[in-house]
Design a protein around this ligand. Structure first.
Ligand SMILES: [Zn+2]
Length: 425
């Protein structure tokens, strides 16, 4: 069944109601439900909003008045009349606020400024030297400032900064528990950035940010159970179950790339042997191609050779596709998703990788589970990663505030004045 992300359905609202009558919180929840519904169905009339949410027309009218006066929602053209006066249709004002998404890679940060609908308005690259948290944090700060200047975002309109990076990230605490690139352990990235930028900062694993972007703005919209699987320099996984991103006990869920396929296999960057990543990610493909042909290739070059049906290139990708498909079958058996969104730079390998992958997925999954899975391919380059990081903030903007009260990141709602303080827990 299709459902908008973060549940505007009755079930979640009933479960989420606070035990004691906190009027302020109830009002914030209703306001957020109205905002999220307008986002999902715009343009939409007040009456349809009230019907869809089971709220009284008077409550909706009051909330919409507030949203219009705070310039989050605009009244547009009149909709079709059901007999009486034609209703005014409501839409979200996408430029009511802006967010910055930052993807941290090994040597540089890639940042994008987006509007409330995750449309990129400006982008910026910033390199840094060394691996210290200080140099990376300083590069992120420079990027955010450069983007706000370039896009001329008025003060107060920048609602937050989302940061995605590889590794084990505790999004709740805002701490990088482990970074494979920088060899960091327990680096309090969020607080370091909040000190410099005085904005709400959200930090998460980079693949999780991509999954959130798919959930709100991409191929995951309205899908309750889906997986975002990335391949490129490594292999990553973002898990959305029951409409919620699953992060695990300390942010480590989704280390699919380090599931062991062959304990006697090649050494992985993590130090272990035969991880999926050590068999199918781009460095593994290039190493294997070199072993077979003696030629050093780039990933793009390898994919092109396979498209030209060069035998060595084709067979390297076919073997990787088969292994990848088998690993995905195991994942499908455990999680029973209805959609897998395959992305990352390595998805550009195309059919020479994907055809064997699909065959192996069908062959190895239990009973009919794989037949119920739709495999969607979406290439992710730097811009998509940065947009994903921006979605980390946008997801919080649209998330019902009750979730914040039960331990999620903290609100980034416009009406909450001390947002910078609220993001620091
Ligand atoms: Zn590994």
């Amino acid at each position: 069944m299709r459902r908008e992300p973060e549940a505007i359905g009755d079930d979640d609202r009933t479960i989420s109601l606070p035990a004691r009558g906190e009027r302020g919180l109830m009002r914030a929840i209703n306001r957020n439900l109205v905002l999220t519904l307008i986002k999902a169905r715009e343009p939409v009339s007040r009456a349809d909003v009230a019907r869809a949410l089971g709220l009284s027309p008077a409550t909706v009218t009051e909330i919409v008045k507030d949203l219009v006066s705070s310039r989050l929602v605009i009244e547009g053209a009149a909709g079709p009349s059901a007999g009486g006066r034609p209703p005014i249709l409501l839409s979200l004002r996408h430029d009511a606020g802006f967010v910055v998404g930052v993807k941290i890679t090994e040597r540089r940060v890639v940042a994008a400024l987006t509007d409330l609908d995750a449309n990129p308005r400006a982008r910026h690259d910033e390199s840094f030297a060394g691996r210290s948290p200080e140099s990376v944090v300083a590069a992120v700060e420079r990027s955010v400032r450069a983007l706000s200047r370039a896009a001329r975002v008025p003060a107060g309109r920048l609602v937050g900064v989302g940061v995605g990076l590889a590794g084990i990230i505790d999004g709740l605490a805002g701490v990088c528990r482990y970074s494979p690139f920088f060899k960091w352990r327990d680096v309090p990235l969020r607080d370091a950035l909040a000190d410099r930028l005085d904005l709400p900062i959200y930090v998460d694993n980079d693949v999780n940010t991509l999954a959130i972007a798919e959930q709100w703005f991409g191929a995951g919209r309205g899908i309750d159970h889906f997986l975002t699987v990335t391949t490129g320099r490594g292999v990553g996984l973002g898990i959305v179950l029951n409409g919620h991103l699953y992060r695990g006990a300390n942010g480590g869920a989704g280390e699919f790339g380090h599931t062991v396929i062959d304990p006697a296999g090649p050494r992985c960057a993590c130090g272990k042997r035969g991880c999926l990543e050590a068999l199918v990610a781009e460095p593994a493909l290039l190493r294997e191609y070199h072993a077979r042909t003696g030629r050093t290739e780039t990933a793009a070059g390898l994919y092109e050779r396979a498209r030209q049906r060069e035998r060595a290139a084709t067979s390297v990708l076919a073997a990787a596709g088969e292994t990848f498909g088998l690993a995905l079958a195991n994942l499908v058996n455990v999680l029973n998703p209805s959609r897998i969104i395959l992305s990352g730079e390595g998805a550009a390998a195309g059919e020479p990788l994907l055809a064997p992958l699909r065959r192996a997925l069908q062959a190895h999954a239990f009973a009919d589970l794989a037949r119920a899975v739709e495999l969607v391919v979406a290439t992710a380059g730097d811009d998509e990663w940065a947009r994903g990081a921006a979605s980390l903030v946008l997801g919080e903007v649209y998330r019902p505030p009750v979730y914040a009260s039960v331990g999620h990141n903290g609100p980034a709602l416009f009406e909450v004045a001390p947002v910078a303080a609220a993001s620091r827990r």
